[in-house]
Design a protein around this ligand. Structure first.
Ligand SMILES: NC(=O)c1ccc[n+]([C@@H]2O[C@H](COP(=O)([O-])OP(=O)(O)OC[C@H]3O[C@@H](n4cnc5c(N)ncnc54)[C@H](O)[C@@H]3O)[C@@H](O)[C@H]2O)c1
Length: 456
């Protein structure tokens, strides 16, 4: 994620009704519903929020764009350890940008109010805490942590400094997520005891085998600074450009993609963290082409929550079904995808005809009389029925990153906790980490004790 390209989003902004005020149209047939309008009215031009960026790779160029189109926000400085990223940042956002390969120069600037962090995961904790200690509010890309314990340090730092922190799982600010939550809160699905999510890709880029830039070498990249606290290994362009394939910097599918699903699940189901997890999977395809890659290309994970089971299925070897989730309840199922929300009503018909029809005739007649049943009509009728004509479809265009960024800016201005602050970021990443612990320990069940904060 996200799936829309940067240029597409630019085009989209120019050509669509998505206005600079941050409103998104949800359409249901001819009806247009307006949702998720993070307010911008309170922003006076004099209140300009000055933002610095640390790590401006592929994703954060998109985030920075979202900041740049948010009213009352100015990008002032960018740090990156790869020279070409700084060149690209100036091409995209203007020559006025102050660029540096040392992130501390951004934290030292008194005129930077907030920082946007988009380094690989193994740097997140250190940068979030250093930035908050330097007095900055922070928007950091997901996953919040590289390992579980880091979450507690970030939660402490957030409390200690009183700074606003928002993690970059943008789907909590999608109008579709808001509508799904409304339906769940209203009890429209009945009791939800199973949630199934999936995300399937079938391209080298989907499996993070990104092209290696022709000039990506030790002269253009400060390798030591990129490694940070990760194990010291000689420069390797594959590690730099395809870092999600290596455990030293990433948790692969779980921390790259499942973390988004977990975050949305927690938001929709008002849950904190899973109690346990089991993951099966393997490296079936990409390992043959790229033997150096360490993370699996298929993961099938079960998460245990107090009132439901969460079943997440991901493959990098087929794109069938793409991306989505079912929230399955006794009265109906919500299907949520990136651009569409559907409700499938469920009518439990207590039809035992096929069993009763196997009884002797007199017994059938007596049973029907006693239970006011007018005849046993069919020896075989389905027990439930889904009425396709009453499925409701809501569509929304595009990835909600712009909305997520605007929500952050609003939190900063109003000094309000984000929907996705340290606790939420920690809990989503925690689920991804215990799922990986299971996978890396022969699919053993890993339990999380939230009271004692221990893993077993
Ligand atoms: N929210 C989403 O949908 C979404 C999508 C993609 C990626 N992401 C997240 O965004 C983050 C970045 O992913 P990416 O694909 O852009 O990676 P990337 O490798 O393209 O970019 C990371 C950048 O950080 C820079 N960097 C590394 N260490 C640094 C340091 N110490 N100081 C300054 N710069 C440093 C690198 O040089 C690089 O330019 C990851 O955490 C990833 O999980 C989120």
């Amino acid at each position: 994620m996200p799936r829309q390209t940067f240029m597409n989003r630019r085009e989209f902004m120019r050509n669509s009704s998505l206005s600079a005020a941050g409103a998104v149209a949800l359409t249901n047939g001819s009806k247009v519903l307006w949702a998720s309008e993070p307010g911008t009215a309170s922003m006076a031009p004099s209140d300009t929020l000055r933002v610095g960026v640390i790590g401006i790779g592929a994703r954060v160029q998109q985030d920075a764009y979202s900041f740049s189109i948010t009213p009352g926000v100015t990008l002032v400085a960018v740090a990156d350890v790869y020279q070409d990223r700084l060149t690209r940042a100036k091409e995209l956002f203007g020559e006025h940008l102050d660029t540096t390969n040392d992130y501390r120069r951004i934290l030292d600037r008194k005129d930077v109010d907030a920082v946007l962090i988009g380094t690989p995961d193994h740097w997140h904790k250190r940068l979030i805490i250093e930035a908050m200690d330097a007095g900055k509010d922070v928007y950091c890309e997901k996953p919040m942590t590289y390992k579980i314990d880091e979450g507690f340090e970030i939660i402490d730092a957030e409390k200690r400094t009183g700074k606003i922190l928002q993690i970059g799982s943008q789907w909590v600010n999608s109008p579709l997520t808001d509508l799904a939550q409304k339906w769940i809160n209203e009890g429209r699905c009945g009791d939800i005891s199973l949630v199934k999510a999936w995300e399937n890709r079938n391209t080298p880029s989907g499996a993070w085998f990104y092209p290696i830039a022709p000039d990506g070498n030790e002269q253009t990249i400060d390798w030591k600074q990129w490694l940070g606290s990760a194990p010291d290994v000689p420069f390797d362009a594959r590690r730099y450009f395809r870092w999600r394939c290596y455990w030293d910097y990433s948790g692969g599918l779980q921390t790259d993609l499942v973390v988004h699903h977990l975050n949305t699940l927690h938001y929709l189901m008002h849950e904190t963290a899973p109690r346990s997890s089991i993951t099966y999977g393997g490296s079936y395809r990409w390992k043959k082409v790229h033997p150096e890659a360490e993370v699996p290309d298929v993961v099938q994970t079960l998460f245990e929550y107090p009132n439901f089971t969460y079943n997440v299925s991901l493959t990098l070897n087929s794109s069938t079904q793409g991306f989505g989730a079912f929230f399955m309840g006794t009265k109906g199922t919500i299907q949520i995808s990136e651009t569409e929300l559907a409700f499938f009503p469920d009518q439990p018909l207590d039809d035992y005809g096929w069993v009763v029809a196997a009884w002797p005739s007199k017994m059938q007649d007596d049973f029907c009389k006693q239970n006011n049943i007018v005849g046993i009509n069919s020896p075989w009728t389905p027990g439930t029925c889904t009425a396709p004509e009453s499925v409701e479809h809501y569509n929304v265009l595009g990835d909600p990153t712009d909305l997520h960024v605007r929500a952050f800016v609003e939190c900063v201005r109003t000094r309000t906790k984000s929907k996705e602050s340290a606790v939420e970021g920690h809990n989503a990443a925690l689920g991804a980490h215990i799922a990986n612990m299971s996978y890396r320990n022969g699919s053993r069940k890993i339990t999380w004790d939230g009271q004692k904060a221990t893993v077993a």
